[in-house]
Structure formats: structure tokens, C-alpha cells
Write a protein that binds this ligand. Sequence first.
Ligand SMILES: [Zn+2]
Length: 87
Amino acid sequence: MGIFADEARSRLANLLRMAGNSERDRALIIAYVESTPEPPPLGPRGIHTSGCPQCWNTMWGQRDRDGRPIAVCARCGFVKEADSGLS
Ligand SMILES: [Zn+2]
């Protein structure tokens, strides 16, 4: 299977592939995918997440136009400076 085919898979399919045959793990993963927003396109730094202080949803690690690490809430759009660990 080529890279293109892998990228065409849904996030759920990718996560389920890691779950193996455990029904419990698969159920947990499905619940997780349904309760979290889709991540942004994967950059060279990988994906970083943190919690939104406004709505407690998932914030994705991004870069502002000056290259500084920021975190953007996927639900309410709140933006904050990212933790120092985000590099
Ligand atoms: Zn939020």
C-alpha cells in the first residue's frame, strides 16, 4: 500500500488500525474520534495539543505568521501562546 492510499484513510481508520483486535480499545477510539475535532494538516513538527481555557476543548499547536508557537482552539477559536515545551 502506497503513501497516497495511507493518506486517503480517515483518521478513524488510522487509529483503529493501531487498536488491533481489542473490542474495548476500538470502542474507546471511536468515542475519542467522535468527541474531538479533526487535527490540522500534519506539519514537520508533528501534532501538539493542549486544553482550551475557555471551553475545555482541544487546542491544536500551530505557528503564527512570525513562527511563534501558538495554540488554537478547534471549537471556539480561542488563541493563546503555546507552552514552552512546544518547539
Ligand atoms: Zn475553546
